[in-house]
Design a protein around this ligand. Structure first.
Ligand code: FES
Length: 116
């Protein structure tokens, strides 16, 4: 398990970017739920944010790519508006441990070994 951050470090209706053993990823917290995705826009394969930790639109209801404005559902990562409509952000498996920390589920043996 790779501890990303404490759940408390992620406020409701906020997002946060991370460098991780799986590459750049970001987390979104919506009320009590957390969603993790690879920080890679399906349109051009680049990072979604221009400003650090800003992955949401102004209404904080959708994930938005800063490059060409693609918008994605927070719950599923599906693009519902923009040049990659119908495509999805890649979800990152994680769990919340007993210390209320967000932990990546690393399944590649080499990466899992590095993070223990
Ligand atoms: S690179 Fe994300 S919408 Fe074009």
């Amino acid at each position: 398990m790779y501890v990303l951050c404490s759940l408390d470090a992620l406020e409701s209706n906020s997002s946060k970017g991370f460098q991780s053993p799986l590459g750049p990823i970001f987390a979104v917290r919506k009320k009590k739920k957390v969603y993790l995705y690879a920080n890679e826009c399906p349109h051009m394969g680049i990072n979604l944010e221009w400003v650090p930790d800003q992955f949401l639109d102004t209404s904080k209801q959708l994930i938005q790519c800063a490059m060409h404005g693609a918008q994605f559902l927070i719950k599923t990562g599906e693009c519902i508006h923009g040049p990659c409509k119908g495509q999805n952000l890649r979800p990152v498996p994680f769990e919340i441990n007993s210390q209320n920390e967000i932990c990546l589920q690393i399944t590649t043996p080499a990466l899992a070994e590095q993070t223990q």
